[in-house]
Design a protein around this ligand. Structure first.
Ligand code: HAM
Length: 430
């Protein structure tokens, strides 16, 4: 081994993070922490418990043969032990795995939330990256739409907490049971259901004739394709009521809207039959939130997935939840001027005027920290001028100077940096 450089080659590396991923320098990290704190506060207001899973999971957890985008974008590889593993693209399969693992040991209903990084090999657009963080809240064990209503209200509560109103953002709500009933009415085979959902989800992202062709290519007669596309274009439940013979979906949707009225968030939600969501596992109510200006991609999305557990080898349990990303919301907050300034906040800066007093400065810093003050201790010899500049940069409120003569009397010099007032203060009175 080359002892000169410990075997390391001298090679300039690319200082940028891999394409589609982000660094979080302090100013970005402050925004992220602030956002996550809001996620946690809302989750706790709703009495959800926090859970976590590994970012690296077995690839099998994410293999679904429905032709979803998410499986095509999987970051997967073989580890050194020859196991097929993947960076999770979403959190729901991990949650399902843990529920199956816990079996009868957990009492229902389960109300869990999690915040975690997800990886998708995406084509990048505004607010879409190859790595993002998601806040998820899920309810397991409830069949009624009371669960969906509660989850949507949790998201509304977050929006309100961030200063976002119902004129900035709206939810589009539907149920996969609408499409299911429509397909039945057109005598389309049930086994095409997932494929049809995934294609319908592309409305707005793909040309309409492409959608038609795609549906027809599965063997659906053009007449039925037209009927399906007419049904998913409906924007009111009453219109839907007129064309659907199976009223099951309508009953649920009406219950949800009635609950929304009682919670007081009716103005946030609207029915839109074209919302089906692009993930294979949804079975009932589905919803997405959008900025009303229509500039950004979905802010969050979720729905009911009552049959996911059995596809992973477990026993099915009724389940619903949502995923809320960290990217689109920050774009929206910036656009609306709602992102708080979030400066670094320090209470005290402690500085020894004389190098010989550095140990005393450490004692003072330690005493103040015990009292809960945020203290920046100057660790090297600096000029007082530098300390003042530094204090300004880190938004310190007070400067505590340790000088020989004051120290002899058990005192330190305290300067209030906003009023510029100065006085000698006894150590015990700090
Ligand atoms: P999803 O719609 O795939 O659902 O993702 C949920 C949210 O994650 C999106 O609305 C968006 O905010 C964010 N997101 C997704 N992909 C990206 C990306 N490439 N870059 C930035 N943000 C992104 C799910 O993942 C479901 N597992 C949610 C769920 C939980 N359903 C039930 N429980």
């Amino acid at each position: 081994m080359d002892m000169e450089n410990n075997g390391l080659e001298n090679m300039a590396i690319d200082v940028n993070p891999p394409k589609g991923t982000r660094d979080f320098p302090p100013e970005e990290m402050r925004i992220r922490s602030w956002l996550f704190q809001n996620f946690r506060e809302v989750s706790r207001l709703f009495a959800f418990e926090e859970v976590d899973f590994p970012v690296l999971e077995s690839e099998a957890l994410f293999i679904r043969k429905a032709g979803e985008e998410i499986t095509e974008q999987l970051y997967s590889f073989e580890d050194k032990g020859g196991r097929r593993v993947a960076l999770r693209p979403e959190l729901t399969p991990s949650l399902a795995r843990l529920i199956i693992q816990k079996g009868k040991a957990v009492s229902l209903p389960i109300k869990w939330f999690t915040i975690g990084q997800c990886w998708r090999y995406e084509r990048m657009t505004r607010g879409r990256r190859r790595e993002h963080y998601q806040w998820n809240m899920d309810v397991i064990g409830i069949t009624e739409v009371t669960a969906e209503a509660e989850l949507i209200f949790a998201i509304v509560t977050l929006f309100k907490q961030l200063g976002i109103t119902s004129s900035d953002v709206g939810f589009k709500v539907s149920s996969r049971k609408v499409l299911q009933a429509a397909m039945q009415q057109c005598s389309i085979s049930e086994h095409l259901f997932t494929k049809v959902c995934i294609t319908i989800d592309k409305i707005g992202k793909m040309e309409m004739d492409e959608i038609e062709k795609d549906l027809a290519s599965s063997g659906i007669p053009m007449e039925s394709v037209k009927t399906l596309l007419h049904i998913v274009s409906l924007k009111t439940i009453s219109e839907l009521e007129e064309v659907l013979s199976d009223q099951n979906a309508i009953v649920e949707l009406r219950q949800l809207f009635s609950l929304a009225e009682h919670y007081g968030y009716l103005q946030w939600i609207e029915f839109d039959a074209s919302v089906v969501r692009g993930l294979a596992y949804y079975t009932g109510i589905v919803f997405e939130a959008f900025d009303r200006d229509g500039k950004l991609r979905a802010i969050c999305g979720g729905g009911r997935y009552d049959r996911l557990l059995s596809t992973l080898g477990g026993e099915d349990l009724p389940a619903c939840g949502f995923g809320f990303g960290d990217a689109v919301i920050v774009e929206l907050l910036k656009e609306k001027g709602l992102l708080p300034a979030l400066p670094l906040m320090v209470d005290d800066i402690v500085f020894a005027i004389d190098g010989a007093l550095q140990q005393m400065a450490a004692t003072v810093a330690s005493t103040l920290r015990q009292k809960g003050q945020k203290v920046d201790l100057v660790l090297e010899r600096k000029k007082l001028k530098w300390v003042f500049k530094h204090a300004e940069r880190i938004n310190a409120s007070r400067l505590i100077l340790i000088g020989e003569s004051e120290w002899q009397q058990g005192m330190v010099r305290v300067k209030n940096l906003s009023t510029r007032e100065e006085s000698n203060v006894k150590l015990d009175d700090l």
